[in-house]
Design a protein around this ligand. Sequence first.
Ligand SMILES: CCCCC/C=C\C/C=C\CC/C=C/CC(=O)SCCNC(=O)CCNC(=O)[C@H](O)C(C)(C)COP(=O)(O)OP(=O)(O)OC[C@H]1O[C@@H](n2cnc3c(N)ncnc32)[C@H](O)[C@@H]1OP(=O)(O)O
Length: 243
Amino acid sequence: MKFKSPPVNSLSLDFLTEFCISLEKLENDRACRGVILTSAVPKIFSSGLDITEMCGKSTEHYAEFWRAVQEMWLRLYSSNMVTVAAVNGSSPAGGCLIALTCDYRIMAENPKFSIGLNEAQLGIVAPFWFKDTFVNVVGHRVAERSLQLGSLHSAPEAHRIGLVDELVPEEKLKDRATAVMQQWLALPDHARQLTKTMMRKAVLDRLVAHREEDVQNFISFISKESIQKSLRMYMEMLKKKKS
Ligand SMILES: CCCCC/C=C\C/C=C\CC/C=C/CC(=O)SCCNC(=O)CCNC(=O)[C@H](O)C(C)(C)COP(=O)(O)OP(=O)(O)OC[C@H]1O[C@@H](n2cnc3c(N)ncnc32)[C@H](O)[C@@H]1OP(=O)(O)O
């Protein structure tokens, strides 16, 4: 599955809706046992949640948007398919979450590409299920430091801390992702799927049990004037960076 939402593959409500529909189609296709996620946009895997969806909108919109973010994560984290992220560009915040949610991450070894949960840098907080997914990949200590600092890690650093499983030259990313997929698909599906469920169930159940509470937390957090101001300033900073 190739993300193609220029300029930076932001995760808008439309993007998330289409992503979930595509994933569901593949999930229901018995001939499809695995999916490789990558980007058709040069140098960017995904810029994370679309900040404009979280700025100056109604409570109803925030609720709809957040449910779509939850849905994307629940579907991908619980997928029966083998999921491989071929991270061919930068991947902050929600983009990093997508990669973390897969079974395996391969990143292009370009030191200019960065990845991480940088929410704290925007003055916002990664919700508990972003944090849980991160902890399950890199461990508690690395996740705690990285989350508090809102660190964006260069590709070599991301590999060193275990955020990505391997680095390969950009031109070899597709072949390597295909080889990894073949390796994972060589196992019987039922054994792999049951093992995956066993490893992820507690974290998935936690969001399922607190889904509506999480929506309300998001709405009250994001609606605060101080948070709206931080997000506006961040967007302005992104725009100024160009000029
Ligand atoms: C205890 C209580 C707890 C309660 C908690 C409850 C709930 C939690 C609450 C909130 C959590 C919300 C979680 C959010 C997670 C996220 O994903 S936030 C998004 C974070 N993303 C980023 O920080 C990335 C920002 N972008 C960049 O760094 C760069 O754009 C880039 C991706 C590295 C690409 O750089 P490049 O130079 O190629 O491009 P530009 O910077 O020029 O960007 C082009 C264009 O795109 C716009 N844009 C970029 N990123 C975004 C984005 N994420 N959303 C929307 N728009 C984006 C940028 O502004 C440019 O626009 P233009 O100037 O109009 O062309």
